[in-house]
Design a protein around this ligand. Structure first.
Ligand code: GLC
Length: 748
């Protein structure tokens, strides 16, 4: 081969290398020119810093407060999207006007209504919570909302609280276990769950100002755990501050709750969003842990009027204060870093899914959760399930059999694609040869759909005595009476903004139930409520079912339970006391306070923690629920009687389906500290598992106990600690239905 040839070869190779190098250089140059914050593959921390340093002071301040009723600015110049929030915990609220509370009359925003969170909690099934969160997150994603204003996990302190239906009951362990998968489900869609209302928002009376006085240990052991689990296990991307005060500071800008506990102690890296109208002071809003201000001057109670968003506490007043050197930009940069983190987790996350809306899958999810959450409280004579193949005269009585329950209740009210009423559901499952008739029985003031402009409430008026008498008369001829009553979403019932005045059923229902039971022994009382109610007629009716507010599929789920397509397996997430006097908050504590302060003098004595102390059985206990089959729980064993600080012991129990149909049972583990330097509840829920069993089938349920489960919060040590000594592992099927107690000792 000639030398010239080799020279040519060499020249070509060099030329090729040069081209490759320049292409590489160009692409690198091109790369470096693309801002890091726009690179979906770059670490979020890098994207945050890159975006932050590109933003002006005005752009940063603008990001920390609303621009409309439910949105806040991104940074248009940099192509950073806006943040769009939406209520609520049970479904995606209809689009509202830019600057008002009520609907924008869109025609594409009618959503699917999932069951209320009390119903979800009643499933005692974390898989249902994940299914719920994933499904509602898909609806939020589809509607291009990147923050879902829910779930709520405020603890059920009193049966009078108007918003208990939005929460998960009286026990911190149950609420914690159920809220984590809900959050994970929502956020799997690239939508932030905004867990609310942080903290101590346990009543609606004076909610926007009442100062809660509660001891530190009760705060830590009862009212904070579900939020802590939401942050540390659920990895919630947002938390909503509550309206009330704690330590005389509004919780939307509360140094102790937001900076000391939430952000420093728990390591929360998301955004703190105010409740709507929960901000009252610029300085506190800047310094005390708030990141995004919404709804100022519309305190969530009053109907909104046009507000100049630039006058918000974190708007021009904040900008002016910075320019006057009252504040540096350290706090501002922290707020904006958190908001940018929300952005990169949601709207600027290119990998997030696209969501879906009103799908058959969501209908199935809602129906399944509702069926699994309904609680059979009583079923003497096995009146239930009804035989759906039998020809019978079924009389359905009660306004709640036809009343729309997805509307009303405050901010969780929904404009839905459909809602199956209890009456419609019953009619769809009863045998074609049966006769299903309806009688109103009682009536309540109708409410208009709040998110539909111009919606009118049904103005029909009823003669209460006449409809009462007509129902009783009709009951005489029926084979079975299905009474559908309870509470509703009207003001003063299960509704935001007000609490109930008593525990009794409204609209003279007790008298009606009594009269119906007098003329027909085959009566099933179905209660739709988000709260416990008193039942003076309980000994006169053979069957009682708590059906909650079950959403769009309510009627189908209820019928499935009543006619036995589904075997009920729900368990109460809160105690049904005999009377208010049997509630710790009312017997030992203050409620609703004096308009300035409310003292939680009962401490941890709420729910079963109080009835255990009182040694008086409630009407229906926490964790209680019947089935159409029967179960036996026995052979409770302990792997060891001694637990060391680092070890664990196993508690096992065998549960058998002793009936003739498949069913599910919830085995509950409570721990009792028999001797402690501080007063502790008699027992506390520390584990549960739901098992499905075929007739005759047995399963062994196993719980692992370790030292961490025995701890209490020590105020003097500012830490959770355990003390050596004697404990009991209690296996139960409700707070009152104890199967076995097994003693063991902890040695440290
Ligand atoms: C309400 C509620 C809160 C809701 C917010 C927006 O007043 O307290 O739960 O998410 O304002 O509607």
């Amino acid at each position: 081969m000639s030398i010239n040839y080799y020279n040519m070869l060499h020249v070509k190779k060099t030329f090729l290398v040069l081209i490759l190098f320049s292409v590489q250089l160009l692409s690198t140059y091109a790369q470096t020119d693309k801002p890091i914050y726009l690179d979906s593959n770059a670490p979020i921390a890098d994207r945050i810093e890159d975006a932050l340093q590109r933003m002006t002071l005005e752009e940063k301040v603008a990001m920390t407060h609303a621009q409309s009723k439910f949105s806040s600015p991104g940074c248009a110049r940099l192509g950073i999207p806006e943040n769009w929030m939406s209520d609520g915990p049970h479904g995606i609220r209809a689009e509202v006007l830019w600057d008002e509370w009520y609907g924008a009359s869109w025609t594409n925003d009618s959503c699917f209504a999932f069951p209320a969170l009390t119903c979800l909690a009643s499933t005692w099934n974390p898989e249902m919570a994940h299914l719920y969160g994933k499904s509602i997150g898909e609806e939020a994603r589809y509607r291009n909302k990147n923050v879902l204003l829910g779930p709520g996990v405020n603890i059920y302190r009193t049966p009078l609280n108007g918003r208990n239906f939005e929460y998960m009951g009286e026990d911190p362990y149950l609420s914690s276990t159920m809220v984590v998968p809900y959050i994970q489900g929502v956020q799997s869609n690239g939508v932030a769950a905004c867990v609310k209302h942080f903290a101590l928002n346990n009543q609606e009376v004076d909610r926007d100002k009442i100062n809660v006085v509660v001891d530190e240990r009760t705060l830590r052991e009862i009212y904070l755990p579900a939020f802590k689990a939401a942050v540390q296990e659920g990895k919630a991307w947002a938390i909503m501050g509550s309206y009330n005060q704690y330590k005389k500071e509004h919780c939307c800008h509360n140094e102790y709750l937001l900076n000391d506990i939430l952000k420093k102690e728990w390591g929360f890296d998301g955004v703190v969003i105010s409740d709507w109208g929960g901000v009252h002071d610029t300085r506190q809003a800047v310094l005390n842990g708030l990141d995004m201000e919404f709804g100022s001057w519309t305190n969530g109670l009053d109907w909104g009027t046009s507000n100049a968003y630039s006058n918000y506490y974190l708007a021009n007043p904040y900008l002016k204060a910075i320019k006057n050197k009252e504040f540096g930009t350290k706090e501002l940069d922290d707020k904006v870093r958190r908001i940018l983190r929300l952005t990169f987790r949601t709207t600027m996350n290119r990998q997030r899914p696209y969501g879906s809306f009103n799908t058959p899958a969501h209908s199935l999810a809602g129906k399944t959760i509702a069926e699994e959450g309904m609680v059979l409280l009583k079923n003497k004579k096995n009146l239930l399930p009804l035989d759906k193949n039998k020809t019978q005269k079924i009389l359905v009585v009660g306004e709640n059999a036809i009343k729309r329950m997805t509307i009303g209740g405050g901010s969780s009210s929904l404009k839905v694609k459909y809602e199956i009423s209890p009456l419609a559901g019953i009619k769809s499952l009863a045998s074609p040869s049966s006769e299903v008739t309806f009688s109103m029985g009682y009536a309540s003031p109708a409410v208009a759909e709040q998110d539909v402009v111009g919606a009118k409430a049904d103005t029909t008026t009823y003669d209460a005595a006449a409809i009462h008498a007509a129902a009783v008369e009709a009951a005489k001829a029926a084979d079975v009476v299905i009474y559908v009553g309870g509470l509703n979403k009207n003001d003063g019932q299960d509704c935001e903004g007000n609490d109930r005045a008593s525990m009794g059923l409204p609209y003279e229902q007790d008298a009606l139930i009594n009269d119906l039971a007098d003329v027909n022994k085959n009566i099933v009382v179905v209660l739709l409520s988000g709260n416990a109610v008193s039942m003076p007629w309980i000994n006169k009716v053979p069957s009682v079912l708590e059906a909650w507010y079950a959403g769009s599929e309510a009627g189908n789920a209820l019928a499935s339970i009543l006619f036995g397509d589904t075997n009920p397996s729900g368990k109460l997430p809160f105690t049904f006391p005999v009377s208010l006097a049997d509630c710790g908050a009312h017997a030992l504590g203050e409620y609703p306070g004096d308009g300035t302060d409310v003292h939680y003098n009962e401490g941890m004595n709420i729910g079963y923690r109080y009835t255990d102390k009182q040694k008086k059985a409630p009407l229906f206990p926490f964790g209680f629920g019947l089935s159409y089959t029967t179960f036996r729980v026995n052979q409770v064993t302990l792997s060891d009687k001694h637990l060391s600080k680092t070890g664990s012991i196993e508690v096992q129990a065998t549960v058998t389906n002793t009936g003739d149909r498949a069913g599910k049972e919830v085995i509950q583990l409570y721990i009792s500290d028999k001797k402690c330097s501080v007063e502790r509840p008699v027992k506390e829920l520390k584990g549960f598992t739901k098992v499905a069993l075929a007739p005759g089938e047995s399963k062994v349920v196993t719980f692992n106990i370790d030292e961490s489960m025995l701890r209490f919060y020590s105020v003097k040590d500012h830490a959770w600690i355990s003390e050596p000594g004697k404990f009991e592992a209690i296996i139960a099927t409700s707070a009152e239905d104890i199967v076995a107690k097994k003693s063991f000792t902890l040695s440290l």
